[in-house]
Ligand binder design. Structure first.
Ligand SMILES: *[C@@H]1O[C@H](CO)[C@@H](O)[C@H](O)[C@H]1NC(C)=O
Ligand SMILES: *[C@@H]1O[C@H](CO)[C@@H](O)[C@H](O)[C@H]1NC(C)=O
Ligand SMILES: *[C@@H]1O[C@H](CO)[C@@H](O)[C@H](O)[C@H]1NC(C)=O
Ligand SMILES: *[C@@H]1O[C@H](CO)[C@@H](O)[C@H](O)[C@H]1NC(C)=O
Ligand SMILES: *[C@@H]1O[C@H](CO)[C@@H](O)[C@H](O)[C@H]1NC(C)=O
Ligand SMILES: *[C@@H]1O[C@H](CO)[C@@H](O)[C@H](O)[C@H]1NC(C)=O
Ligand SMILES: *[C@@H]1O[C@H](CO)[C@@H](O)[C@H](O)[C@H]1NC(C)=O
Ligand SMILES: *[C@@H]1O[C@H](CO)[C@@H](O)[C@H](O)[C@H]1NC(C)=O
Ligand SMILES: *[C@@H]1O[C@H](CO)[C@@H](O)[C@H](O)[C@H]1NC(C)=O
Length: 483
């Protein structure tokens, strides 16, 4: 049995054994592929201890939840399997491939195979569904082992998610855009947000490149243009959380989350590559990269600035997992757009070095990366973060192939008409008590509304550090949101 050191003890330990500090953390040489693989293996093992879906009586594919049954919403399972696809891709370690394949197939929800299972209707946002879709897309792009032909195939699953989302494009309000939630009975159905539209943009760009079908690219263009036109993406490349349909999407919540920036950034990389480096994609990619690194990597270390405050962590379980996606998506972007490599990789390196210091030798990793030590705040998200940061450095250390296409080695079988009925869960019986409190990827709309009203009114988002201080001051009365 392992002994976990509490944060205060860890701090004391650090003081007493200053010279030995490195020995108290997970040791990894970030210039060595073998060392990174060893450290990643330790963290991946630790991460997978959170997964029980393959045990008897459990549901395949999901992390313990959704609340109150456990801390994790359905989407985070989808995020986990994307992380594990990349884990295999970056390390060649096949230990978890069977679980990964089974999970991604099981939650596809046969026979519709569109990642809209009735079990999770009450927390089924377009972003939640989208995370599963992006993991299926990644499996196609990395030539992860294909499911047996009687089961749904990666490309078809990604197309199913894309098709059902495109069918839900809503022109009734705000001149377009995707709503946050899918069922109209969910809180947040009246909210159109950056992450849901960012995922549609991302999937459109990737499907265009993989299949060489221009229709997907047209959707990506339309999604980017809409998101910009309503001001969720401003001319400094800040990307904001979202706004309500009853306000014509003008009551913009100016909270910025790292994964929203990163999901657009990765999509820009694919559009850049798909168009052979054409404008406006290169300019946009440069602009968004610059802003993303400035906002979310102060001092070259990832910080979830909206909720990881100096004196308190106010991140929800969801938000505790974003840093890992950001590292993985930015690293992959350097393969799609080599011109941005030297801007992105030095920052990912300093950030990954800090991430390693947040881990114990047994691969238990904390949340804060900028303290030089383990902060005692751990969970599946924190494990995915550290794993994502470390393994992504492999892009520079060994020949790790970039995302393939249907004509450059991809073998996944698609179905342009996949997806079926894009509506779900509007029957009253579809919502179970267990999942009723579901709130999708972000936090509750109540919290968002509160933060919007109290905190982010005005234009402080462009004011740099002063804005951050002000936000922290105002938020400090809120108290921690996650346990
Ligand atoms: C579940 O998956 C883990 C790998 O994460 C494996 O070690 C374990 O044997 C599996 N359990 C069952 C019951 O298949
Ligand atoms: C994985 O294995 C393939 C060949 O089997 C090799 O080309 C590739 O470089 C390896 N990748 C890593 C990250 O070890
Ligand atoms: C839905 O829930 C039921 C009952 O817990 C379970 O048997 C089934 O496997 C679940 N399906 C999915 C796709 O999660
Ligand atoms: C992908 O390539 C295969 C042959 O390599 C071809 O049969 C198939 O039509 C292609 N699919 C798409 C979507 O282009
Ligand atoms: C809603 O906002 C859009 C700009 O995003 C504007 O073109 C449109 O006129 C507005 N509609 C209403 C009813 O105010
Ligand atoms: C990119 O270049 C290739 C090869 O020259 C060409 O076949 C393809 O049509 C180009 N793509 C676009 C979107 O212009
Ligand atoms: C597109 O990606 C490939 C790697 O898959 C890369 O070699 C190529 O340079 C990229 N295209 C552009 C325009 O950067
Ligand atoms: C972003 O661009 C500005 C202006 O060109 C530059 O001063 C700054 O260093 C850039 N920041 C990053 C993180 O690249
Ligand atoms: C291209 O994608 C669109 C949108 O999904 C689809 O309707 C169309 O059939 C696809 N074309 C081909 C040639 O696969």
């Amino acid at each position: 049995m392992e002994i976990r050191i509490s944060p205060s003890w860890a701090a004391l330990w650090a003081l007493l054994c200053w010279a030995n500090l490195a020995g108290a953390a997970l040791t990894v040489d970030l210039t060595s592929a073998d060392s990174i693989k060893t450290a990643a293996k330790t963290i991946a093992f630790n991460l997978m201890t959170y997964y029980h879906g393959n045990e008897s009586g459990q549901t395949p594919g999901i992390l313990p939840g959704p609340p109150p049954a456990g801390p994790y919403y359905w989407w985070e399972g989808g995020a986990l399997w994307g992380t594990m696809v990349d884990y295999w891709h970056y390390t060649n370690d096949t230990t978890y491939n069977t679980e990964t394949l089974n999970a991604l197939v099981f939650q596809a929800n046969s026979p519709q195979d569109n990642y809209m299972p009735p079990n999770w209707t009450a927390s089924l946002g377009n972003d939640d569904q989208g995370f599963w879709g992006m993991s299926a897309m990644l499996a196609a792009e990395t030539t992860f082992q294909n499911p047996p032909s009687t089961q749904p195939q990666w490309l078809a699953l990604a197309q199913a998610v894309f098709n059902t989302q495109a069918a839900r494009w809503d022109t009734q309000y705000c001149n377009g855009g995707l709503r946050w939630q899918i069922p109209l009975s969910n809180n947040g159905y009246d909210y159109k947000n950056g992450i849901a539209n960012g995922i549609l943009f991302n999937m459109g760009a990737r499907l265009a490149r993989y299949t060489n079908n221009e229709t997907y690219a047209q959707w990506a263009i339309k999604t980017w243009d809409w998101t910009s036109s309503v001001g969720y993406i401003d001319d400094q490349y800040n990307i904001y959380d979202g706004a309500h349909v009853e306000k014509n999407c003008t009551d913009i919540n100016k909270a910025q989350f790292s994964y929203t920036a990163a999901v657009f950034l990765q999509g820009l990389g694919f559009m850049y590559n798909y168009t052979n480096g054409s404008e406006p994609w290169g300019t946009r990619l440069k602009g968004l990269t610059n802003r993303t690194l400035e906002v979310f990597f102060p001092d070259g270390i990832a910080v979830e600035v909206a909720c990881e405050l100096t004196n308190t962590i106010q991140c929800t379980t969801d938000m505790l997992s974003f840093k890992g996606y950001v590292h993985r998506w930015l690293a992959q972007t350097t393969q799609m757009a080599p011109f941005i490599h030297d801007t992105i990789m030095p920052v990912l390196k300093t950030s990954a070095a800090a991430a390693a210091k947040s881990c114990n030798p047994d691969g238990t990793c904390g949340f804060r990366w900028n303290t030089g030590t383990y902060d005692g705040d751990t969970g599946a998200g924190q494990e995915m973060n550290a794993l994502g940061a470390l393994m992504s450095l492999m892009v520079d250390l060994e020949s790790v192939g970039g995302p393939v296409t249907n004509s450059t080695g991809g073998t996944s079988v698609g179905n342009p008409d996949a997806g079926g009925d894009p509506t779900v869960g509007n029957e009253p019986t579809a919502i179970t008590g267990r999942d009723r409190a579901g709130a999708g990827i972000l936090t509750t709309v109540v919290l968002l509304g509160f933060l919007a009203t109290v905190t982010w009114m005005g234009t402080r988002a462009n004011e740099g550090p002063a804005w951050v201080d002000e936000r922290e001051k105002r938020l400090s009365g809120l108290g921690p949101i996650h346990a």
